[in-house]
Design a protein around this ligand. Sequence first.
Ligand code: NOJ
Length: 736
Amino acid sequence: MRRFIPILLALWLGLPGLVVAQAGLWDRQVDSILSLMTLTEKIGQMNLLTSDWVQTGPSLRPSYLADIQAGRVGAIFNAHTADYTCELQRLAVEETRLGIPLLFGFDVVHGYKTIFPMPIGEAASWDLAAIEGAARISTREAAAAGLHWTFAPMVDIARDPRWGRMAEGAGEDTWYGNEVARARVRGIQGQDLADPQTLLACVKHYAAYGAAQAGRDYHTTDLSEQTLREVYLPPFQAAIEAGAATIMTAFNDLNGIPATGNRFLLDQILRQEWGFDGFVVTDYSSIPEMIQHGIVGDTAAAAALALDAGVDMDMQASAYYYHLARLVAEGKIDEGQIDAAVRRILRAKYALGLFDDPYRYCQPNQEAAVWLSDAHRAAARDIARKSLVLLRNQGATLPLRSPDRILLTGPLADSQRDMLGSWSGAGEAESCVTLKTGLETRFGAEKVRFVPGCGIEDGDDQGIAAAVRAARRAEVIVAAVGESAAMSGEAASRSELDLPGVQLELLQALKATGKPLVVVVFSGRALALPWLAEQADALVMAWFPGTEGGHALAEVLSGDYGPSGRLPVTVPRSVGQVPIFYNPKATGRPMDPQQKYTSKYLDVPNTPLFPFGYGLTYGEMVYEGLQAEPSVFDPSQTVTVSVTVTNRGPQAGTETVQLYVRDLVGSLTRPVRELKGFQQVTLAPGESRVVTFALRAEDLAFLRRDGTYGAEPGHFDLFIGPHAESAEHVRVKLVP
Ligand code: NOJ
């Protein structure tokens, strides 16, 4: 504690001369500390370095240890577990001149030890409470491991499934993306960051990273300001309004300026328009990458550009560390800019309570109590079952009644590692339940015969014959196919959206046996699988379902849980349709199969294989009596839109009822549909429910041609249905 004394002294004395009038308590305390800091120590706070954590355990280069001891590092990432973080914290607190505590960050994206479905899968649950709960549990486990800060939520809108990072977000829709972003921030940050079971959230990747040209990761982004503001930015704003304490810049360049040096994004929009007062961190080494972008000639210029744009913390490049002091000495940057950045970083440390007790996240006894606890596994199983999307179910193939002979096949049927997906924190393959274990537990091991059939990516078809032989003796085939976990996530773009390797050959051979074929697809993106959409008797999209995935799948396949997941992305028929999403602008030549000169392809329909919002239940849902009251309304009124949903099937089902709007005439062209709300209702066989939405003029607002935000009077079509392509609608009119 010796070295911590100067800071405590400064705090007690309050250093009134340095106190900014009207500043809050934290601000006064932060200013007190700032007044004690040398320029080098200030720049140290802006330096974020990774530990060299490897599979076998932690390590930190000796030079980093020296950097911590010298106060040249403000935060460390990829260092975790209470013992290790506390050891490093001790160096910062007790062996540096000012004793400023370190911040420990990590990518806790969908779990720390207990791994939840990939975020795209969580989003497919359309259950915001479950999504918030998953974030809360992940946070709890991470906080017990000494972490303070997670690089989540990822809120990038993803309209192109070639981009592997579609897996990490909430899908293609902005309105839904806003809801999920808020839920995740609430789950991570809780009510009060001073509670040591919360973390700082870091909303990423700001901005428009998901619009990478051709779906190739890190590629450039070129967007109109309208599309940027209407489609890509709102989830960031939503996260910030929900209190996200930090934000990460993206790797891409946006309209000619890399996001990490983009003053328009970081200053004008983020700080001035949205009033963000947290700190901005770069993505990994993205400051010097601006040299490759061709916007600066050397690292010093890159550091100056980033600082001037509004970047507070440099992830892993040490560009600030090596260049800022000299840039100040040369008069190229103002020390006041550094002070502003450090103030924001110290304020975050304050918010976490680290200045009161730098060891408050050192709770080694908590780790065993919370990691993979029964309650956490149960929550993971709950959202995993809700994330599964039933895309096809011919002749009620599912649920499986009580089969005596199941052939389980396919390369994903028993791969624990692949259940985790990418960015799986400290999750361990050994704790994952595969589909094989799930089915054996549910139906009895003697009823499940497992024959792998083939690998994921290799072209070896030798195992197919054995699978076919086993299929002939089975009552039903369950085939687990798809991508490996490593094929989604960062640096995992694909140019094809098919099943890799010989998996389709395996499925076609199995189909030829005439036995019912249930196909479970694992992947972090939408895959274009037209053969499966026609030939599988049942088709389930499983994403990467996490630790409890196998049990969750067994529940849905057996009917213990009726499937309720819905697609948060459009599924294309072919790569050639990409980017495909449910809410494009209308064309002046809408598709007409009879007319050559209309907007269409010669070789594939315009429609997707499965639309956004799609998913079947074991019920049979019928929508009737759509109405809106009043049909003419002014901005002071609320329109009540309702529909009656009836389950005409013999089994219960949870239906996700969706409200979409089309603004027929606008000062700028408007999307053909926009999601504005959804509700989940569980209906017993024969049960009916009136589902009602309240719609106000502000729900119809957009960024208008004159640059103002608001709704425009005129006609709107309101659709309520089970997905984005449902046709039933009513027309209403907004009057001034
Ligand atoms: C690079 C990734 O783009 C980002 O999402 C992640 O948070 C950082 N690396 C840190 O691991």
